[in-house]
Design a protein around this ligand. Sequence first.
Ligand code: S3P
Length: 172
Amino acid sequence: MKSIVLTGFMGTGKTAVGKTLAHKLGCAFIDVDAEIEKEQKTTITNIFKEHGELKFREIESEMIKKLSEIENAVISTGGGAVLRQENMDNLRKNGVIVCLMASPETILKRICNNNDRPLLQVEDPLQKIKGLLEFRKPYYEKADIMIDTNGKNPIEVAEKIIEKAKEIIKKR
Ligand code: S3P
């Protein structure tokens, strides 16, 4: 089986859905950000603070290149991974790319209790979410499958992904 790659904005449920999906498929769940933190022995927040976003994007691209070789896994990417075409090309080689979507209000509700998203540590996070979503929309839309997660639980989203991914794999 090809890997299933989850993309989408912060708070669209990539981790929760990814774990559920991997469990249903009986395969490994790999989180790109968690792998970066393990390799760099520090948090994403610290990488942003000490080295800036550009350096984080370089580390992220290297990690994606490495993880893209893996088959039979559910791979969850950070919300900004779609911004580099190089990442999309690597991920597509071995995987079906799924994008999870949610409204800015849903995203804010899902992430408001933690401060581990450096890009959203601003005075008006809702405004920031809206701006970033608008800018990133064409990048997210490069996915093979788009799934609206508003009002859905991880099991429902995982089932929808399996249904749609099967159709895509059959056609390839
Ligand atoms: C980012 C999303 C984060 C993390 C970093 C940057 C982004 O991952 O990679 O803070 O640019 O959207 P999650 O989408 O898993 O929160």
